[in-house]
Design a binder for this molecule. Structure first.
Ligand code: ZN
Length: 299
């Protein structure tokens, strides 16, 4: 039954759980803990899928009778289990490597482009946004800012942003981008994009990727709020918000109404994240192994 339980668990962790998490409002209060929970759910879903693939052939053999548990049938069961589980892991690894190579290539081109288009006379007046990052100012009538992560990171703002933002708001924006770079939020985002691409199209959902993306923005907002102020961060988001942009509107509302941090809730979420990974192992995988190993004559 372990394979069935694990398959059900993988499906639940890939569908209903992300849907409920994406709809919940509490993650905005503890974005860091919420991201850890999303990572735990993703890891547990992959482990459950691999575990189910490993357990299914062996359990089928055990159900058929004692004479099937040795020799060729056992070898075939082990080979089938290893192939299916290996395919799942290989697909994930291949998507991750391919995505990593493409992303780094695209970033290098992007970095060259912003270096080329930089309004040097404006970026010189602002100075460096952080220890390693270099600021680039682009011509443009729409105020926005973003960062290009990697070994030679860039923080990019438009001239309109420099003209619109007050000095304290600009400091908050630069602190927000620097927080993304310091904490390597791009790697967290990349892992969820890879997971999204690796999932079969039928059960693929953008919820995890989008929700984690928004939580990373909230984390960077919180870092900027501690380095500047709530008022400065809210002012900057007000300048950036455009009609229909629900993400920036949600962040603005949060900065205005929510204080950073809720230790008790965060502790509960970290415990839940640990439980999502540990409980299935203790409740399903260990009992299966303790039945499967003696049946295969390995204990
Ligand atoms: Zn951001």
């Amino acid at each position: 039954m372990a394979s069935v339980w694990l398959a059900v668990l993988a499906l639940v962790l890939a569908g209903p759980v992300p849907s409920a998490l994406a709809r919940a409002r509490w993650p905005a209060r503890v974005p860091r803990a919420a991201i850890v929970l999303w990572q735990a759910v993703a890891l547990a879903a992959v482990l459950a899928a691999v575990g189910s693939a490993l357990a299914a052939p062996e359990e089928l053999l055990r159900a058929l009778g004692p004479e099937q548990r040795t020799g060729t049938p056992l070898l075939i069961a082990v080979a089938v289990a290893a192939t299916i589980a290996g395919l799942i892991v290989l697909r994930l690894a291949a998507v991750l490597v391919l995505l990593g190579v493409r992303t780094r290539r695209r970033r290098a081109r992007h970095r060259d482009m912003v270096d080329l288009l930089d309004r040097a006379e404006r970026s010189a007046t602002v100075g460096s946004p952080g220890a390693r990052a270099v600021l680039r100012v682009l011509d443009g009538a729409v105020p926005f800012a973003y960062c290009v992560p990697g070994r030679a990171p860039r923080v990019v703002v438009t001239e309109a942003a420099l003209d619109t933002l007050a000095p304290e708001e600009l400091r908050a924006v630069l602190a927000h981008e620097q927080a993304h770079l310091d904490a390597r939020h791009d790697l967290v985002r990349e892992s969820f994009v890879a997971l999204h691409q690796a999932f079969p199209v039928l059960v693929r959902s953008r919820q995890a990727r989008d929700a984690v993306g928004l939580l990373l923005e909230m984390l960077a907002d919180d870092a900027a709020r501690t380095r500047s102020s709530d008022t400065a961060m809210a002012g900057a988001l007000e300048a950036f918000v455009v009609t229909g942009d629900t993400e920036i509107a949600a962040r603005l509302e949060r900065v205005r109404t929510l204080r950073c941090g809720d230790r008790r809730l965060a502790t509960g979420i970290y415990l839940a994240a640990a439980a999502v990974v540990v409980v299935p192992t203790v409740a399903v995988v260990i009992p299966w192994l303790s039945a499967a190993l003696p049946a295969a004559g390995l204990q």
